[in-house]
Design a protein around this ligand. Sequence first.
Ligand code: AMP
Ligand code: ZN
Length: 467
Amino acid sequence: MKFYNTLTRQKEEFVPQEKGVVRMYNCGPTVYSYPHIGNFRAFVFADVLRRYLEYRGLEVRQVMNITDVGHLVADADEGEDKLEAAARKEKKDPWQIAGYYAEIFHRIRKQLGFAEAMAFPRATEHIPEMIAIIEKLVARGHGYVVGNNVYFSVASFPSYGKLSGNLLDTLEAGARIEPHPDKKDPRDFALWKHDPKHLMQWDSPWGRGFPGWHIECSAMSMKYLGETLDIHTGGEDNIFPHHECEIAQSESATGKPFCRLWMHARFLLVNGEKMAKSAGNFFTVEDVFQRGVGPQALRYMLATSHYRQQMNFTWEGAESAKTSLERLAEFRRRLSDAHGAAPVAAVKPVVDKARKDFEAAMDDDLNISEALAAIYGLVREVNRLDPDPAAAAFVRDAFDRIDTVLNIGTAPPDVFSDDEKNLIDARAAARTTKNWAESDRLRKELEAKGVLVEDTPRGQRPRRARK
Ligand code: AMP
Ligand code: ZN
């Protein structure tokens, strides 16, 4: 397997440090408002990556954090905490805000069919771990205290900039960072902050205060996964300053490499611009659900564009995701109800080729368009061959195994309510008595409930319309 490493700027063969085990940390959501679908692009990418590593036989220890304090507006080092700004706006306290939006995040990740991570740690529950690292940094001369604030000294970590390419000279020349009265160097960033107005506060050796955003991810990743991670992911905006600062802190505290492979999902765009809360050009996940694009279609859309290419969101794209899902679901259904003549020996070469092509594509930095081509090639060829029941079962097993990665094709079996079941039975009865008018009327009634019926030589086949 080869993946593109943001740190080395090339595709590299991936070999975890411990045989068979992958330690992976994903920067998760900041829970201050409804997540938009751009956020979920980064999370779906992490889920597909995790699923592919498992498909390849690796055990994945996956941790995705929940940021519920310390992430300041505009990812800056000064200014208001996103959680507290939201609390002020919604006239709630920041704990309520965090609890409410964390719940929403968990609900959506389940709806989108994510594999369960090993842990979803919350920053506010790991303050002692953060303080311990900051103490270590101060003791080693990488951190310094000014009043009740603690800063990281960038000059003490010469390889600062290795991830983002924001090296000393370019940073100094850029207008991006303002000189700060307390900081020895304008590049320095806060590890612990004192702010009497901040509502979430903890005791620390430097007085009451709250942690900087970057230290949270260093503390939570190392607590659950050890001092050296195999993979760390995020969206491309996390590269700088967030991940650059995580590396500086973690490596200064432990003296060990912090992470071996850094992978970043590029942005989801709307009309060519990054989808972002601050730009106001965003669709929340709830928005798209309400407009008739369900969790499976959203997952399909986000999972099937290459993570290292920017993706433009359009409603046409959402519609075509629904059509593709429908096609896969129909294929999967037919495999359970096959009456053709082609034996296993006829479909086996087609299945073997699809599997080989799928793996070769995913091994090449998750080349999703090639991987999809392998899946649709399988669909086309198997439809053409028209398998007998044993051959169909053989294809179905292979298809389901491949689909453990993208999790888009094996739609859960359709469930019908009692009311719907009665209508389906009534329609079957109407058809046996050749009451076509009643049968058509019942078809329309079922359709209005989102149940489509197809009449086949072996009777009617009901199914739920995909969203
Ligand atoms: P936040 O909730 O702001 O901490 O962001 C959660 C994750 O979403 C981070 O990994 C971001 O990099 C990612 N993200 C934010 N906006 C986008 C976007 N438009 N496209 C892809 N990823 C994004
Ligand atoms: Zn993070």
